[in-house]
Design a protein around this ligand. Structure first.
Ligand SMILES: Cc1ncc(COP(=O)(O)O)c(C=O)c1O
Length: 370
């Protein structure tokens, strides 16, 4: 079996999380909205436990956690929910995931002005450039915490500092940062945070939007779905209790084990770079600014498609972001970084986790050098 090196696309399930999910699928299968019996009570208490676990992970309060289907929905709720009444200005970056790019583009079509900040060659945007784009009528600043293609950590705390005194809401898509660089998310000036379960060893289909109160006032979000009023009317629909219970535990473990996971990930990265050194890889994005579990690189003289074919039985990797790779688009992130066509065409994304075994680097090198 090839070694799975695509953890930025999705992680395997933590067996401890699986146990919790199975309990709420099989035994305690009640509807958290049922008020008349113990089945409902047990489901509700699982959801509330998970809400406490997610809130604690980012120093939020329990009512500030809105469970969703994942970071895509959280991003849509934050962006469309805040800026519904056409007009105003949004600041974002050129390297966002499509789950931010697209709702922002939708708001642009509805009449919002949008400023998109480009990164430099390191893969990071400058906090000063983000703050410099603010206008009196800026309603929302939305940027990612960790880039999903390069792993480069964005200066969200610095931006939070520069935003003090400006009324704009600050949303951070932390699908890739939570559990890797969580401390930044505890900054109280970050109003909204998107989290995803399947990037932290919980199942796919669950996540959260943290909507922090400012002077005890929640952000003025409007729902994007309408129904039975769950999640304070902001995300109606029967709660996915098994997924939420699993996500809660995964969030608690992500923080409790963050340091040791990061250490293991860093050791893997060192081994990967040493193992592939004979191929003289060119790294896209400054590795000193990156989380320790993602490396994006090109191997001179080899296009990504060819490399992935030759390594097919050795490793499962991605050429850039998994969602974009279905359409064979070149990466908008690498284009914004201006790495050059050759390095874009050769771009390979390796992403792993603390349990990933080392692949056979010797065989990988031989497969390309012949
Ligand atoms: C930065 C970023 N944002 C959002 C998403 C979407 O997350 P989800 O799959 O939970 O909707 C991803 C997933 O790849 C991501 O990497």
């Amino acid at each position: 079996m090839p070694v799975y090196l695509d953890c930025a696309a999705t992680t395997p399930l933590d067996p401890r999380v699986r146990d919790v999910v199975l309990r709420y699928l099989d035994e305690d299968f009640g509807n958290a909205g049922s008020r008349t019996h113990g089945h409902g009570e047990r489901a509700r208490s699982a959801v509330e436990r998970a809400r406490g676990q997610v809130a604690a992970a980012v120093d939020a309060r329990r009512p500030e956690v809105i469970f969703t289907s994942g970071a895509t929905e959280s991003n849509n709720l934050a962006i469309l929910g805040l800026a519904r009444d056409g007009g105003g200005h949004i600041v974002t970056t050129a390297i966002e995931h499509h789950a931010v790019l697209e709702p922002v583009a939708e708001l642009e079509r509805r009449g919002f002005a949008v400023t998109r900040i480009a990164p430099d060659a390191s893969g990071a945007v400058s906090a000063g450039a983000v703050a410099g784009a603010l206008r009196p009528e800026t309603r929302l600043v939305t940027m990612m915490h960790v880039n999903n293609e390069t792993g480069v950590i964005q200066p969200v705390e610095e931006v939070a500092g520069l935003l003090s005194g400006h009324p704009a809401y600050f949303h951070v898509d932390s699908a890739q940062g939570f559990g890797k660089a969580t401390a930044a998310l505890r900054n109280p000036r970050i109003d909204l945070i998107s989290l995803s379960g399947h990037k932290i060893f919980a199942p796919k289909g669950v996540g959260a939007l943290i909507a922090r109160r400012r002077e005890n006032e929640p952000p003025p979000l409007a729902p994007i779905l309408f129904g039975g009023g769950q999640e304070r009317g902001l995300r109606p629909g029967t709660l996915a209790v098994p997924l939420i219970a699993g996500f809660g535990l995964a969030a608690e473990l992500a923080v409790a084990e963050e340091e040791s996971r990061n250490r293991a990930n860093g050791a893997f990265r060192a081994a990967l770079l040493a193992g592939l050194a004979p191929l003289a890889p060119e790294i896209n994005g400054d590795p000193h600014l990156a989380v320790p579990n993602i490396v994006n690189l090109a191997i001179p003289g080899h296009e990504s498609g060819e490399v992935m074919e030759r390594w097919h039985d050795l490793v499962s990797i991605s050429n850039g972001a998994a969602c974009a790779s279905q359409h064979f688009q070149c990466s908008h992130v690498l284009a914004a970084m201006k790495v050059g066509e050759r390095r874009e065409e050769g771009a390979l994304r390796f992403s792993w986790c603390h349990t990933t075994p080392l692949p056979d680097f010797g065989a990988m090198v031989r497969a390309l050098l012949g």
